[in-house]
Write a protein that binds this ligand. Structure first.
Ligand SMILES: [Zn+2]
Length: 210
């Protein structure tokens, strides 16, 4: 249930951002976007396979701010039937993000599956209640399906909530040693400050309230 709420929140946020901000303005952006528009009208029923490269250009254009670099290959097995298009998606590759602890780049291997089902319905069919996360209702005369948003959402949801450098075999963090040393110093200073309290407060502590 929690995951569903999160997914909806992200979808809403993205839609707001996406609708308010003019995107795909340059030739390069439109070219990149075109990869994600999958034609479904007039193609044969059955399986169609294709792949899409998602690299830094895509992360930047989609506004995935956590990602500094990387490359994911999305392999799609699309099955078209009379009233439905089923996208079985496999993402594989690695991304580079900022470490939450030392701010140095961390490389994260990614390997995950996602699925999107698009039901093709009559033009006058309208039922908001039946819209689900992984099932889209679209007009049966739809010419192409834009997977840009779906791919964005899949990658964002697959990222770990906390991104940090992994610990080594001895359980020590492999973060930037200089940053870790400074963090330790700051922690030590804070502890000292806590211990070094005003003697007037110490006197108050001894007052019994009962
Ligand atoms: Zn780190």
């Amino acid at each position: 249930m929690a995951a569903k709420i999160k997914k909806n929140d992200i979808r809403l946020l993205w839609k707001k951002y996406y609708i308010c901000t003019p995107k795909f303005t340059t030739m390069e952006e439109r070219e990149l976007h075109r990869q994600f528009k999958i034609r479904i009208s007039g193609i044969e029923l059955g399986k169609h396979c294709f792949s899409i490269d998602c690299d830094k250009e895509f992360f930047d254009l989609a506004g995935i701010e956590q990602l500094l670099d990387g490359r994911l290959v999305l392999r799609v097995e699309m099955e078209k039937s009379e009233k439905m298009v089923d996208f079985q998606c496999h993402f594989e590759g690695e991304v580079v993000a900022e470490c939450d602890r030392c701010l140095a780049p961390v490389t994260l291997p990614m390997n995950f599956d996602e699925r999107l089902i698009v039901k093709l319905v009559a033009e006058n069919y309208r039922s908001e209640e039946e819209q689900e996360d992984d099932i889209w209702m679209m007009d049966e005369n739809t010419y192409e399906i834009d997977l840009f948003h779906f791919v964005y959402e899949s990658i964002v949801l697959a990222l770990p909530i906390r991104i940090v450098h992994e610990d080594d075999a001895d359980g020590n963090p492999t973060c930037d040693p200089e940053v870790m040393r400074r963090l330790d110093e700051m922690n030590a200073e804070n502890t000292e400050k806590e211990q070094d309290t005003d003697p007037r407060w110490d006197a108050l502590k001894n007052i019994k309230l009962d």
